[in-house]
Design a protein around this ligand. Sequence first.
Ligand SMILES: [Zn+2]
Ligand SMILES: [Zn+2]
Length: 161
Amino acid sequence: MAAQQDWLNAFNTEICKDFDEKWILSEVEDLPNDQGWRRFTDKAKVKFKCSHCDNKWTSLKGQVIFLYRLKPKRKKGEVKMFLPGQMCRYCDEDFESPKWYNKEMLKVLGNLQQMIDWKLYGGDRPERLNKGQRGGRMRSRHESDKCQACRMGICGKSDTN
Ligand SMILES: [Zn+2]
Ligand SMILES: [Zn+2]
């Protein structure tokens, strides 16, 4: 599963190498204000583990919200990343952080790269973003009240601005 360092490494490989400006990634703990930023939201299959009990679960509604902008004068690109959590159905304590499969992480960063290239560098409009692996029948349905993204009204959305 992808640790924070894996995100940073993959970001350097997937994003930074393609652009002249220096791009930096920072993870944020809450949905950031997107004033002045562009937004790209993507979905993936993720895993969770409760930090209070042994419960583990998989969700197809793992979500990532990227905000990105380019500061041309300073020759710097910035990306803020927010990964909404889910709560254990038994403990109901805190939102647990999602664990991302490396493959899914690479998928969403690749999609982000295409979006940045299109929106900020005049590249081609992405014809089809990589949807990655869907499927896997879920035994239990999605519990909205345990999902941080649902509570914020952004669950299951993939959108851009
Ligand atoms: Zn628990
Ligand atoms: Zn949800």
